[in-house]
Ligand binder design. Structure first.
Ligand SMILES: Nc1ncnc2c1ncn2[C@@H]1O[C@H](COP(=O)(O)OP(=O)(O)OP(=O)(O)O)[C@@H](O)[C@H]1O
Ligand SMILES: [Mg+2]
Length: 335
């Protein structure tokens, strides 16, 4: 178990992290999510030992490690830039930490081969120079190099961000499989909400040095606790007073008309359901990608996005009237 207790982290006069409190369970895949500069890397580096907090404590299994040396912590880390040794072979890169620990040669050999198998690096690839490998392959080696040390905790700072979209998705599922097999407590940093939702048991959403919300992907998406979280994680519509008032009138709900209402775009329905308001608008624009049609619609004096799955019917065209339904239960509001 990892605990951050009232942790402040400063760079000179600048406080990057303010009073951070967080508990991560053993075996969890836990993600720090947030926009650039919000303090994700700073927090992760404090756990690994590269940043020492100005105040507060970091505990691992009840033991205070706030000021312990990096080497003693037994935490593996993979950085955004893989930081491999370019003149060494793949084998030598993976074996590096074990050599530093002066393990016997045959033991190093056994462990390197075992990890290579887990991470699907062939014996051919082990002999190659890392400079000859693609980005995705290098990222795999970086991961193997961290895992071979059998760390208690694995920290990954945007490990997939240098890769193209397809490779990112395939490495993402490998990473998930590996973490499930090894059951290693994993802290993952990303600013990609899709990646966070896909990989994590729980997510902490960071904003400007604070945590806005901690929860499962389901919670964070469906019960966003603040406007920031709601907006950062997924596509939303902002509903203004006129539309909220119409929804209240039709359903007897008591949405606050002086506050903006937020609704996920896929919760604006094209088919009627019980306890929904029936609303009318005009299609202004259509984005179509084969699977989905995304409409921009003018209704109640505002713009709203509606997304519809391709069910074989003709799509609506700009200028056409469209009927949609909204349940007040799907609307989130914040003070
Ligand atoms: N070495 C440093 N010296 C001074 N300020 C720093 C240093 N490292 C980070 N900061 C500042 O601390 C804040 C948090 O930075 P951090 O690197 O933790 O952000 P991040 O969430 O990891 O962002 P990104 O997604 O861009 O990697 C930023 O305002 C940044 O400018
Ligand atoms: Mg960072």
């Amino acid at each position: 178990m990892i605990e951050f207790k009232h942790v402040d982290i400063k760079y000179g006069d600048f406080t990057a992290i303010k009073d951070l409190n967080l508990t991560i369970s053993a075996g969890e895949f836990f993600t720090f999510l947030g926009p650039s500069g919000c303090g994700k890397t700073t927090t992760l580096r404090a756990l690994v030992g590269f940043n020492i907090p100005a105040s507060g404590q970091i505990l691992v299994d009840g033991k205070d490690i706030t000021r312990e040396s990096v080497e003693k912590r037994q935490i593996g880390m993979v950085f955004q830039s893989y930081a491999l040794f370019p003149t060494m072979t793949v084998y030598e890169n993976i074996a590096f930490g074990l050599k530093v620990r002066k393990l016997p040669k045959d033991e190093i050999d056994r462990q390197v081969n075992q990890v290579a198998e887990k991470i699907r690096i062939s014996s051919q690839q082990l002999k190659r120079n890392v400079a000859e490998l693609s980005g995705g392959q290098q990222q795999r080696i970086a991961l193997a190099r961290a895992i071979v040390q059998e760390p208690k905790i694995l920290c990954l700072d945007e490990p997939l961000s240098n890769l193209d979209a397809k490779l990112r998705i395939s490495l993402r599922s490998e990473l998930k499989r590996l973490q499930r097999d090894l059951k290693i407590t994993t802290l993952y940093v990303t600013h990609d909400q899709d990646e966070a939702m896909n990989l994590s048991d729980r997510i902490a959403v960071f904003n400007n040095g604070y945590i806005e919300q901690v929860g499962t992907p389901y919670d964070i998406y469906n019960h966003s606790r603040s406007e920031f979280v709601c907006d950062f994680i997924g596509d939303i519509n902002r509903l203004e007073a006129a539309m909220l008032s119409d929804i209240n009138r039709q359903t007897g709900a008591s949405l606050k008309e002086n506050l903006t209402g937020f609704i996920r775009i896929e919760r604006v329905l094209s088919l009627e359901k019980p306890h929904t308001a029936r609303l009318k608008g005009t299609v202004e624009d259509l984005e179509y990608n084969g699977m989905l049609a995304k409409y921009t619609v003018h209704a109640c004096g505002q713009t709203i996005k509606i997304v519809e799955k391709n069910d074989g019917r003709e799509f609506f065209r700009p200028g056409q009237e469209i009927i949609f339904y909204i349940s007040p239960d799907d609307i989130m509001q914040y003070q």
